[in-house]
Write a new protein. Structure first.
Length: 94
């Protein structure tokens, strides 16, 4: 991946994280989509998308995004924790 793409990925990730911190999950989702258009196998992009979807109470799509992140980076505990949270929420809704 070339430097301009890495720079854009870092910029979009920072903006997605800030959007989540500012309680703007719709905006965070949009930045995550940009990340994933550049790099569909970006674990952080899928993680942040899952977190944004959870903030929107869209549990099933969040699980899908988080599971994809976990498949890409199975040893990352931050991803595992978010996936466990989403799965727990899905059980509460059932």
């Amino acid at each position: 991946m070339t430097l301009p793409y890495r720079t854009k990925l870092a910029e979009y990730q920072q903006k997605a994280e800030q959007s989540l911190a500012d309680h703007r999950p719709d905006e965070a989702s949009a930045y995550c989509q940009r990340i994933l258009r550049i790099d569909p196998e970006n674990a952080d992009g899928h993680l942040l998308l899952g977190m944004a979807l959870l903030a929107q109470r869209r549990v099933r799509p969040a699980i899908t995004a988080l599971q994809h992140a976990s498949d890409i980076a199975p040893r990352r505990t931050d991803i595992s924790a978010q996936l466990a949270r989403a799965l727990s929420l899905s059980q509460q809704k059932a």
